[in-house]
Design a protein around this ligand. Sequence first.
Ligand code: APR
Length: 234
Amino acid sequence: MQTINPDEYQYIVLFTGAGMSAESGVPTYRGRGGIWSEYRWEECACQEAFDRDPQKVLEFHELRRQAVLECQPHDGHFAIAELGKRHPKVVIVTQNIDGMHQRAGSENVVELHGSLWRLRCPMHGIIEDIGEKYKSYKCEHCGNWLRPDIVWFRDMLDEYNMNQAIFALRKCDLFISIGTSGVVYPAAGFPKIAKEFGAKCIEINPEQTEMSFMYDITIQSAAGKALPRLFHLT
Ligand code: APR
C-alpha cells in the first residue's frame, strides 16, 4: 500500500466525513439503518422544528449524544491524533459533529457542521456540555431554550469555520480526504481548491466516489486500516 513521509510536507489537511465515524459505529444519516430512515429531519433537525417544539429537538439530540458515547474512536482517529503530535502543522476539517477526533486526542479541529457537545443561548452565547444528558435545556442565566450548536438543514454554514477551512486548504501541500462521499456542499469543492493551490491530494474511501477523479492517489480501504499504514504508524 502507498505510504507517505509526513516530514516531506509543510502543512497537512485531513478532511473527514461520516465514513470516518461510521467505522466506530456512529449511526449514519442516510441509507439502511440511517437516522433519516427512522426520524424526519423536518421534525428534529431544522430551526423551524426547534422554534415549534424545542423539547422534542433537544431530546432527539440527546439520543444522538448517547449513541456517540457508546462508540469509541478507531485506529484511524488515533493515527490522525498521533500525526498531529509529530508534525508541526496538521489541521483537521470535519463534517462530523460527534467530537471523535477530539476524543482520540486531536486538537486542531475545524467543525464545519458544529458539535453535539455545544449549545447556544441567544443571549449568552456558546455553552460546552459534554455529558450523556444535557445539564439543562434552558440557560441558567436567562431561561431561554438552548439550541444545539449544529448546522441543521436549511442553515447557513458558519462563516468563521468556513473561512478557517478555506485558509487551510489554500495553505496545505498535502490534502487527505477520508470517509466522505464528497457530494454535499462544500465538500465537493475542497479537493479542487487544495489542488488548485498545489497540494497533493489523497482520498481514502472503500468505495469509489464521484470526486475520486480529482485525487492524485485513491486508497480504496477503510480509514482505520489505511491511515496508520499511510503514515507508517503500525
Ligand atoms: N472508511 C472510509 N470511508 C468510509 C468508511 C470507512 N470505514 N465507511 C464508509 N465510508 C465512506 C462511504 O463509502 C461514503 O463515501 O464514507 C462516505 C460517507 O458519505 P456520506 O454519508 O455522504 O457522508 P458525508 O460525505 O460526510 O456527508 C456530508 O451530509 O447529512 C449531511 O451533515 C451530514 O456531514 C454529513 C454531510
